[in-house]
Ligand binder design. Structure first.
Ligand code: GDP
Ligand code: MG
Length: 163
């Protein structure tokens, strides 16, 4: 069965890095600087036996007159509506932030299928943030390192019962 996975979360948590790893091509731009990617971009992903469409949500980095909160809500809602499953990414090194809580609320209200991923979890620096991710109340989080390709089996295990 084919399905669509949307990667959502605040800027700089590693969404595009994960998108690129899943798609295997540099379709989404990754940068230390905010303002590099915009809106929703789509690619075809492979993970173990699964083939699916993945959406990278960006565009929150753009400075506009519009409030960040409003754009976050609209973009996330749009991604959720196009997706069967949402991968909600937080930065394990920073832990759960107030902005992450806003995303969690949106996802809860939308009643979306959510997998919480604590990214940047390579090494020990992410352990506290990973544990904090349980408090989002969106199920058991997984540890990922998009940059190092760690945790992809756990992502597969989390997807298999849903799709
Ligand atoms: P996005 O704004 O959520 O799309 O985040 P990006 O994919 O553009 O990544 C933001 C920054 O985090 C970049 O400097 C990435 O190299 C870095 N990054 C992404 N994934 C990881 C990871 O697993 N570990 C570490 N340490 N850094 C990462
Ligand atoms: Mg990005």
């Amino acid at each position: 069965m084919s399905f669509t996975l949307a990667i959502v979360g605040r800027p700089n948590v590693g969404k595009s890095t994960l998108f690129n790893r899943l798609v295997g091509r540099k379709l989404a731009l990754v940068d230390d600087q905010p303002g590099v990617t915009r809106d929703l971009r789509e690619g075809q992903a492979r993970l173990g036996p699964l083939k699916f469409t993945v959406i990278d949500s960006a565009g929150l980095e753009e400075a506009t007159d519009d409030s960040l909160q409003g754009r976050m809500r609209r973009l996330t809602e749009r991604a959720v509506e196009q997706a069967d499953v949402c991968l909600f990414v937080i930065d394990a090194r920073q832990g759960v932030t107030a902005t992450d809580e806003v995303f969690a609320d949106i996802l809860r209200k939308k009643n979306a299928h959510v997998i919480v991923a604590a990214n940047k979890a390579e090494g020990r620096a992410g352990e506290g943030g990973y544990l904090e991710a349980f408090s989002l109340g969106l199920g058991e989080p997984i540890r990922l390192s998009a940059e190092h390709g760690e945790g992809m089996e756990d992502l597969l295990s989390a997807l298999l019962p849903i799709v």
